[in-house]
Structure formats: C-alpha cells, structure tokens
Ligand binder design. Sequence first.
Ligand SMILES: [Zn+2]
Length: 539
Amino acid sequence: MIIDLLIPLAIVLGVILLFLVGFMMLKTVLFSPKQKSVKPRSFVEVDGQSVAERLGLAVQFKTISNPDQAKIDPAPFLGLQRLFKTLYPQVHNQLTLEIVNDYSLLYTWEGKNPSLKPIMLTSHLDVVPADEGEDSGWEHPPFSGEMADGFVWGRGTIDVKNGVIGILEAVEYLLKQDFEPERTVYLGFGHDEEIGGINGAKKIVDLLNSRGVKLGSVLDEGGSVINGFLPGVETAVGAIGISEKGYLSLRLSVEENGGHSSMPAQETAIGILSKAIMNLESQPMPAHLEVVEFLMGYVGSALPFFQRFLFANAWLFAGLLKKKLAKSKLLNASMRTTTAPTIFHAGVKDNVLPGKAEAVVNLRIFPGDDLASVYEMVLERIHDERVHVTPYEGDVLGDAGWNPSPVADTESPYFLRLTQLIKESYPGALVAPYLVLGATDARHYGPLTINALRFTPVLMEDGDLGRVHGLNERLSIENCAKMVGFYIAYIQQLADLPKEVDVAEQGASEEVEPEEDLDDYLEDIPEDFMEGLTKQDQI
Ligand SMILES: [Zn+2]
C-alpha cells in the first residue's frame, strides 16, 4: 500500500526537481551575457617617456594636504601651479584659470555651444605623506619622480597626479590641434582630497553651483582597468565607480570607578568597552546583495560555472552567497556597512584601573543605510547604557560624516561612451560599474550632476593597488602614453555629444523631437554592444 503511494509521489517530486534544476540552469545560461567586443579604435600615439618625465616633475612638489588651511606649506602648491604654466602654455593661454580657496585650480574651456551642458574632468593635486627615511623601503625616494625600469616612481604617480598631468597633456594636445569643443569643458583640481575635499573640490563645486552650472557628467578618479579585480574573473575589468559609500566615525566611551587593581570590580571600564566592540564585530550590519549582483550582471560571463550558477540563482542562494562573499574583504565591504574599530585608549599604569576607556569605530555606510540608521544599529548592537556613543566629530545628523552618494545612471550616454572607450582602449577587458569603498572628491559633485563617474584610464597589475598610499608607488611609461591618448579621445567624444543627450536626460521638451536624433546618435554604438553592457532584465 505504502509503496503504491510512494511511487507516484517520488515521480512527482522527481519531475519538480528536474524542472527546478532545468530552470536554474536556464537562468545560469542567460545570466550576464558575454560583453560584445568592439572594434579597436586608433588612439593618438603619445610619447609616454616624456609624459612620465613631466609627471616625475610634478611628483617633486610635496603637496601634502592639511585640514588646517593655515598650516599648509604654500610653496609646493604654488610651485606646482608654476610648473603647469611652464609645461602647458596653450592651456594657460586659451583656458581661463581661477584659483579657488588659495590652492585649488578651476580651468574653463569655453565650448562653441553654451546652451549645452558642460562636461568636467577632475583630479587632485594633494598626496598623502611618504616616509623619506633611508630604510623606508622605497626603491626610489618618494618625492624624486625618478625614472627607472620603465616606470616613473613616487608619491602621486597613481593617486593621482597622473590624472592631473594626463588631463592637462590631453588638453594641451587638443589645443595645438585647434580642437574646439562643442560643450564647455571644466577641469577641476582640488588640493585636499586626501583629507575630505572640503576646502578644495567642495569649494569648486560651490563656486560653479553659485553660477547655476549644471554638468552633463564629471570624470574623477576611483576605478581603473584592474587585473585580478574579482576572485574567479581572470580578464582585466575596467571598473567604473558609480557611487561611493558614506562615512561615520563614532566615539565609544565608558566611565567606571577606577582604583587599585588588587580589588577590581567584576566588570571594568576596559572590559565593558571590549564587550561593546566585540558585539559590533560579531553582529555585522545587514548584508545586501544588490550591488554585487549588479556588478556580476556585467562580469558574470567570466565567472567559473559554479559561481555563475549561484549568482544567477541568488533568489535561492542569497544566504549562502552572503556567507561566501563575507570572506572576501572587498566583497564584504561591497554588500554592507562595515564596522572598523580604529582607536582604543585606556589605562596608564599596570596596577591602576582606569576610570575611563575610549574607542573610535569607523563605519563606511552602504547605500540604503544612512548616518541616523547606522547610529541606531550601533546602539542596538552594543545594547549597554554604560557605553556612551557619540560622534567622533560634529553632529550625527549633520556633519559627523556623510551619507552614500547618489548612484550614476549606467544607461546614460556619458556612461556608455566611457565604457565603449575603455573597451576600445583595452581590447578584451570587461567593463563594470562598481561601488567605490573609499571616498573621493566626486562625492561633492552631487549638486552639479548625477553622472559622477570615477575612473582613471590606467591598467593596474597585481600589487599595484597596494602601492596607493603605500610603498613604491609608480606608473609605467606605457600607462602614461595610453592614459593621455585615452583622455584625448574622451574629451573629443564627450565634449561633442549632441544636445539631444541633455534633452533626453531632462525629459522630452515640446519643441524638439529628441527621440529620433538620439537614436541617430546612438547608432554609432553597435546595438549588441549596448545589450552586453546594459544590465539585463533578470528572468
Ligand atoms: Zn586620490
């Protein structure tokens, strides 16, 4: 009897299982179609050696930022300005230069058609300090800008005087060729990105905003073409930052009776504070797969089958994926607000119980969370009234940090043009939008444009990312040449985007019929290319 019932049941279950497996395999096959390759473009050939030498000269100015504007040593910043005037005479003859807040630079290159939205390219002039001691570990002194082994060496060669020099080189070249942009092109170089950009980029944005300027797009640092960007993806990936995380530092303090260490209370200030930190570490902020899934929607075709299978079926494997991804620092930070204890202070003597213990926790806020919600989640996790949680600086609902920045539109012609140029310049590379985990000046540009794209056109090999803010920062001569060629093409193309791009962005107006013209324009981008790059509807 029982067997009579079990057989049909097993058949039904088997059919369901087969159907389910078939469905999941189908989703895997359809997940993240291969990105179409594009015809390589011939970029302007640039003499990389001389670009690298000029970058080396810029490196020699120790433009180290300081939150206290009065404490900045003006000499290197002014010296760098003079260097630019010498190296780029056309830029300084034909563009308008405004010095913003003493050290930041804003260049305006008037376009032929002032009714079009301007484009902007930015980078920053300041660098982080570097140990100049004999045994610092630098193979070439960090502010020497020496040329050796096919590289220019020194602080700022990747982060990001290369961007400043690359952009100026490109504009100088285009001016010599009598190129006249349709759209106005702004170049903005802040002087304090490494400490938040409040006195530099923010002031440039305020100035443009006060003039009512709205930009089509801004290109800042952030991503680049990276070998080994994602575990499992062997192809180089052109990573374009389309948003960045927010930032909040909180001070945790505990005050308890101190006293002689021979008769300690059961719980001491240090113990209570340690427990609070432990509670934060053991209960990470909630994970969200959207950002990683979005990224995988672009590069999934290059994933090994099993990973692809999991991502294509995230509806079923969300829990497993979150657990697996949390093991990678990069991917973990790409799916949640992270919690990092960075300062811990208590005690002065081995036989005295401290009356006070204090720690600082730095949180990087994931899009969807915000300053207030993160603060609440921290309180919930600590769950101990003896631990006082206050902003490290400022007011938690105001200036204690900042919220994640808006997400750029990955279907805008600005984004699509940039992706196409990357694929033309680095044949075989995949292109993907991603979430910038650190902070860049681009976050200040929200009032001027939604299209803040974070990408420097250089190829980062294994280990190069560790040189940023680290030892032996360097850039290859080949990268120098390609970077300038790329910026030239970028300006030529983006500055000449037709007005329909702006109209489509703002919504159709009655007088013009943007649809047709926009289609004409989009025709130069092969349709299948766009399909490959635009996030596919998930079935
Ligand atoms: Zn930087």
